[in-house]
Design a protein around this ligand. Sequence first.
Ligand SMILES: Cc1cc2nc3c(=O)[nH]c(=O)nc-3n(C[C@H](O)[C@H](O)[C@H](O)COP(=O)(O)OP(=O)(O)OC[C@H]3O[C@@H](n4cnc5c(N)ncnc54)[C@H](O)[C@@H]3O)c2cc1C
Length: 475
Amino acid sequence: MALKKRKETFMNDLHATTITGTDTVLEASVVEEFQVSLRGQLLHQGDNSYDEARQVWNRMIDRKPALIARCAGVADVINAVNFARTHNLLVAVRGGGHSVAGQAVCENGLMIDLSPMKGIRVDMATRTVRAEAGLTWAEFDLETQAFGLATTGGTVSHTGIAGLTLGGGVGWLMGKHGLTCDNLLSVDLVTADGQFRTANATKNPELFWAIRGGGGNFGIVTSFEFQLHPVGPTVLGGMVLYPITQARKVLLFYRDYAQNTPEDLTTFGALMTQPDGNSAIAVLVGWFGPLSEGSQHIKPLRQFGQPLADTVKPIPYCQLQSMLDEGAPFGWHRYWKSGYFKELSDEFIDIVIDYAEKKTSPLSAMFFYHLHGACTRVSPEATAFGLRESQWDFDISSQWTEPTEAEQHIAWTRDFWKAIEPFSHGVYVNHLDTDDGASRIRAAYGVNYDRLVDIKRKYDPNNFFRHNKNIPLRE
Ligand SMILES: Cc1cc2nc3c(=O)[nH]c(=O)nc-3n(C[C@H](O)[C@H](O)[C@H](O)COP(=O)(O)OP(=O)(O)OC[C@H]3O[C@@H](n4cnc5c(N)ncnc54)[C@H](O)[C@@H]3O)c2cc1C
């Protein structure tokens, strides 16, 4: 009865008799049959929640899928994959919708939206968790922290666990526990042929290798099983803030300090604007060892200069995980450039400060994510995430709210990137933007690229999953 009612509502809303896919026209009866096969909603233009469902984090992206399948479970994902393949529809897969390139939503085609899938179960005995692909890190952390456990997650809490894990996963706990993908034990996924598969160390091991860094190229992951670790509930966290006039001194200090900290301590650098409108430089701190031992390791950072503010104190782990949320809300316009840097040379630091001083938007920020410790000890060939050195992931994150301002902010970002690119040696695939082409995707994988191409050929021979940081079938 419920299905029948839903079907009638859908047909009433669907005034047109056809829906246009990428290169196909669907009869209403075909769409209706698909709707009835789903436990979740099927949305199309004109539905009340259609515009909300197609929004992603970066407001620069304004695409209108022909259909949005809001999946309630695995069966919906299988039906959606089979429907898109049968009707030759372009597919976009949405987890948390955070990709700056906005690849969670496509123009025309079918958006397969996993955000309603939020099941999660912690197993205390094995310290593991099974988590569905629609969860955000805020939701994941809340559930695992109820048991005093956590795994490496994103530094902005409304990021989806799915896209972040599949690209690698850089976060506060990486020094101590490795990348997010290093803590992955198993996934369930639906491949392009509509088959439901499990991939782990013993079942489909090649696929398991590829999805730990290879992104959404190989199938739609419906749930993840992670190893958890005792964390918190209280950690030492916060930031030590200096005026922008001291940026050079701070960065010269920070580059050496970060490389000599224990694995219990992760530090990030940030150039940003304070609420009073003045620019500042901050060193962000997360300490995960015994609380009584943290202060001695943070002391040099507090004492080498004269900070404007020092907010480092005992806080709940979940608070640390959301400390950066305010500077990255949904709805602003964005453009990013990013790369890995093995060292922060004097020359590089000077260029960064020069561009920071002439930034075109007060909302823009620059981040130094220091990869160190456990995440660098994993062999480059153990997972698809190949760039395993001690290094900085440096991001230029341009942000603004007025659509008409795009040109000047994008130009500043591109000029900035052009000046520092010669110092860079690769890139984190999850930080690539729309105009980063094939050569940069290749650069993200180092020695692992050719193996990824082979696995792509095997599991997705028609490049069904291509609305992503695409690993092509051939070059
Ligand atoms: C503000 C901000 C902060 C960030 N901070 C961090 C950070 O601290 N650490 C870090 O590592 N990264 C970080 N990132 C990058 C982040 O990892 C990527 O943007 C990632 O894609 C987000 O995942 P999502 O599920 O929210 O993305 P979505 O936009 O929903 O998905 C991105 C892509 O991932 C693939 N995908 C998503 N879900 C699935 C699935 N279930 N199965 C198969 N493929 C899927 C698809 O190809 C999709 O196009 C940050 C990004 C932003 C915007």
